[in-house]
Design a protein around this ligand. Structure first.
Ligand SMILES: Nc1ncnc2c1ncn2[C@@H]1O[C@H](COP(=O)(O)OP(=O)(O)O)[C@@H](O)[C@H]1O
Ligand SMILES: [Mg+2]
Length: 331
């Protein structure tokens, strides 16, 4: 609070105007300064004349904000700057090959390793903010500290947005009903506009288009994944995004990743796909349930990524021609 300008403070906690009014404080000339700076500029004479207690005003403001936040039931936004994995044990009970790994905001990390090696398990450890209480014995720290347990159970203000490998829709709802429910539970203001953006995003990812009246159960695998991804990207404010083998979903995986990755987030993605893996800054290599090593994506690999993307584009084009019943040629 002390580092915010008054403008930022009012932006974050609009009710603070009430505090200023109550105390007959006119901050209009100090919008781009902090409240402390405002107090500092009050002359000794005014302090005498008006019996002002600067320290108390500052202290009371803090208490006022705290109480209002509690009263209004506003969840403080989770400011996640880093996520740390403390090592556990592999499937044979041998300690993992590292002590701790810290992933910072805006970093994309991929997770690679054979099927059954423990990639999804690592994502689950993060989602559950493990505290030595999962089969791996790992612990997860947020901002270098043991996270609050509330994140395990709150569904609205989740720490993690996860796209799991098996996303099954069992509800008997249309796409529109599902999205309305979801948007309402997230307290979105403009529900209609949000739904439109999600549908557009999803149709951009899926091969065949669908509309709002399609029953969820009638969506193809690719369409439901596309819907889930667009929904997560647009509705979720979670600071951490976990992605489990998006490539099997029958959707445009690069577009999906671009939609999901926004600055400021921490992204972890389990994948077998070299294009997705090399889009990350680093990759965690998993073997027999344990993190074996962490590899920085090299400059050469970044160059290779460009080549792979070209090859991939060619394959996509051929796939589309094939689908349309065309004959294929060499170029
Ligand atoms: N360190 C570990 N200790 C014990 N069991 C583990 C460990 N890592 C993974 N497992 C278990 O191994 C199985 C396969 O792991 P999973 O994460 O599904 O593999 P992947 O996603 O790489 O295919 C799961 O049942 C998982 O709980
Ligand atoms: Mg898996």
């Amino acid at each position: 609070m002390n580092n915010l300008t008054i403008e930022e403070l009012l932006d974050k906690y609009p009710f603070v105007t009430g505090y200023f009014d109550e105390n007959k404080i006119d901050v209009s000339k100090y919008m781009d300064r902090t409240f402390e700076e405002y107090l500092r500029d009050i002359s000794d004479e005014d302090v005498e004349n008006w019996a002002i207690d600067k320290d108390k005003l500052l202290e009371d403001l803090e208490i006022y904000i705290e109480q209002m936040v509690e009263f209004l039931g506003i969840e403080e936004e989770v400011g996640v700057n880093s996520l740390t994995i403390l090592s556990g044990y592999d499937k044979s009970g041998i300690k993992e090959g590292f002590d701790e790994i810290t992933i910072n905001k805006s970093e994309i990390i991929s997770i690679v390793g054979p099927t059954g090696s423990g990639k999804s398990r690592l994502l689950a450890d993060i989602e559950w903010t493990a505290m030595g209480d999962t089969p791996t014995g790992r612990s997860i720290l947020i901002n270098g500290q043991q996270p609050d347990k509330k994140w395990r159970f709150s569904s609205n203000n989740k720490l993690v947005a996860q796209l799991s490998q098996n996303m099954n829709f069992v509800m008997d709802l249309t796409v529109e009903e599902f999205l309305e429910l979801h948007a309402a539970s997230r307290l979105v203001e403009d529900v209609e506009d949000t739904i439109d953006r999600i549908i557009e995003g999803a149709n951009n990812l899926a091969g065949e288009k669908f509309d709002l009246n399609t029953p969820i159960t009638a969506l193809s695998g690719g369409q439901s994944r596309a819907l889930m991804i667009a929904d997560t990207a647009i509705l979720s404010s979670s600071p951490i995004v976990l992605i489990d083998e998006i490539e099997n979903a029958g959707i445009d995986r690069k577009k999906a990743l671009e939609l999901l990755i926004s600055r400021d987030k921490i992204v972890l993605m389990a994948t077998h796909d070299p294009i997705l893996a090399l889009m990350a800054n680093k990759r965690i290599v998993i073997k027999n349930g344990g993190i074996e090593k962490i590899i920085d994506t090299s400059d050469e690999e970044k160059k290779l990524l460009k080549e792979l993307e070209k090859i991939d584009k060619t394959i996509q084009e051929k796939r589309n021609l094939l689908r349309d019943g065309k004959k294929l040629s060499i170029i």
